[in-house]
Design a protein around this ligand. Structure first.
Ligand SMILES: C[S@@+](CC[C@H](N)C(=O)[O-])C[C@H]1O[C@@H](n2cnc3c(N)ncnc32)[C@H](O)[C@@H]1O
Ligand SMILES: [Zn+2]
Length: 425
């Protein structure tokens, strides 16, 4: 921990006091960004309320303040990422390392990528036209820290936080070993208070939907951003039952026919059978809340059910790079078609939202695509009204036709009578 961090944050206990160092063992570390003096171990105290917090292995920790539901969520992800790390897989902490997508299924095979580091949404977000390169970035709920490392490598001054203490220590250790300075804290959103207008970019990848009080979280993000600063996020928008079933089906199929050739039982992760109660607590509220505080110019929605097909094809065809590339391209193609035909079934969203002096009068993007049931209900109401309107028109036309028929009949009768009269003369 750099001492300067304390000029930027407030005490999480009273939210107003500043923290001062009480005890410290310090060390000068040579990073790529230059030499930094850091506190390895020590303690800070609040000037206002006298609360004390430890610094362990470079990490300032508010771990004691976490609510049990947040702690449980951190424990799940802590187990997930650290078991990868313990097996020597660092794809979740470093974009220059290959990902191992099927370790949960006991397959310890990594998937190659082109170039120096894996590409993805994080690159587009960091390069968005509103994002100031080299500014101060806060990374929210970072897991094992791959996005923080990515941002720091690309010139941002990064403060990253995550409620799983072991992960923040792990991520910090890795960052130190690769010579990249990142400030890691153990905290959750409710216990992280930056000085107002002190941040250029808030990065939040798949973390906001884990936060119980999403309104408080986005209000705080808004407060810490300078005007013109941005929140860049990728998050779970909603669950699609159909996509969930497809994804499970693919995994089950691969588990039976493809994974056995690669499986190593000892490699399988030992995770709780269920996610924590906070998995998805904020889902469905993130977009509305972001639009309440920030200006959103574009939201990209995504389907994700076939994301695993490329890696599955790679294994199926005996670790074929060609199969991986080809299938990934086909999956992109299918996603394009799905966006056309099943737009309300998207599961993820990516957006950049800016802090502005003024917001539009009403939200532009929220409410997000609803679950199919209610979207269909709306649509069927419109169809029903249209049907009633068409029925009325048809009834009116029918009545008109009947009138004309009767008229014709009378004319016909009249003509027949005249002919009869002529004949009878
Ligand atoms: C799906 S993981 C994503 C991690 C990482 N951003 C990534 O993309 O790999 C969600 C993360 O959010 C963290 N988290 C849970 N509750 C949180 C909270 N209230 N505030 C901040 N982060 C939280 C979890 O511990 C977990 O690491
Ligand atoms: Zn305090």
């Amino acid at each position: 921990m750099r001492r300067e961090l304390l000029d930027l944050i407030f005490c999480p206990a009273c939210m107003v006091g500043s923290l001062v160092v009480e005890q410290a063992t310090e060390q000068e570390i040579a990073y790529r960004q230059g030499s930094v003096s850091e506190i390895v171990d020590g303690r800070v105290a609040c000037r206002q309320c006298a609360a004390r917090f430890p610094i362990e292995e470079y990490v300032l920790s508010f771990s004691d303040r976490l609510e049990s539901s947040v702690r449980a969520d951190g424990a799940f992800w802590g187990a997930f990422y650290s078991q990868h790390y313990n097996q020597g897989f660092k794809g979740f902490m470093d974009t220059t390392e290959e990902p191992v997508p099927f370790l949960t299924q006991g397959v310890p095979t990594s998937i190659p990528f082109d170039g120096d580091e894996w590409a993805g949404i994080h690159v587009d977000l960091a390069q968005h036209r509103w994002v100031r390169r080299g500014g101060r970035a806060v990374d929210v709920g970072v897991g094992a820290g791959w996005s923080s490392l990515f941002l720091a490598r690309h010139g941002f001054d990064v403060i990253a936080f995550e409620p799983a203490l072991e992960l923040t220590k792990l991520a910090k250790r890795h960052a130190v070993s690769t010579g990249v300075f990142i400030e890691y804290l153990c905290a959750d959103m409710a216990n992280f208070r930056m000085r107002p207008e002190s941040v250029d970019l808030v990065f939040a990848l798949h973390s906001l939907h884990h936060i119980p009080d999403i309104d408080d979280a986005v209000r705080e993000i808004h407060r810490m951003l300078r005007v013109g600063g941005c929140l860049a996020l990728d998050d779970h928008l909603q669950d699609s039952i159909v996509q969930g079933v497809l994804r499970d089906g693919l995994i089950r199929e691969a588990d039976a026919s493809i994974f056995p050739a690669y499986r190593n039982e000892q490699a399988a992760l030992a995770l709780p059978s269920h996610h924590s109660e906070n998995e998805g607590v904020g889902m469905g509220q993130v977009l509305q809340t972001v639009e309440k505080y920030l200006y959103v110019d574009d939201v990209r929605y995504r389907h994700i059910c076939f994301d695993i097909l490329g890696p599955i094809a790679y294994l199926k065809f005996n670790r074929s790079k060609e199969a991986l590339t080809y299938t990934t391209e086909m999956v992109d193609f299918i996603y394009k078609a799905m966006r056309r035909s099943l737009p309300d079934m998207v599961e993820y969203m990516t957006l950049v939202a800016q802090k502005r002096e003024q917001l539009p009068d009403s939200p532009v993007f929220s409410p997000p695509p609803l679950d199919r049931a209610s979207a269909d209900m709306e649509q069927s109401k419109i169809y029903e009204q249209e049907l009633i309107r068409l029925h009325a028109i048809v009834a009116e036309k029918n009545a008109h036709i009947q009138r004309i028929e009767r008229l014709l009949e009378r004319i016909e009768n009249g003509r027949a009578m005249r002919i009869l009269r002529i004949l009878s003369r």
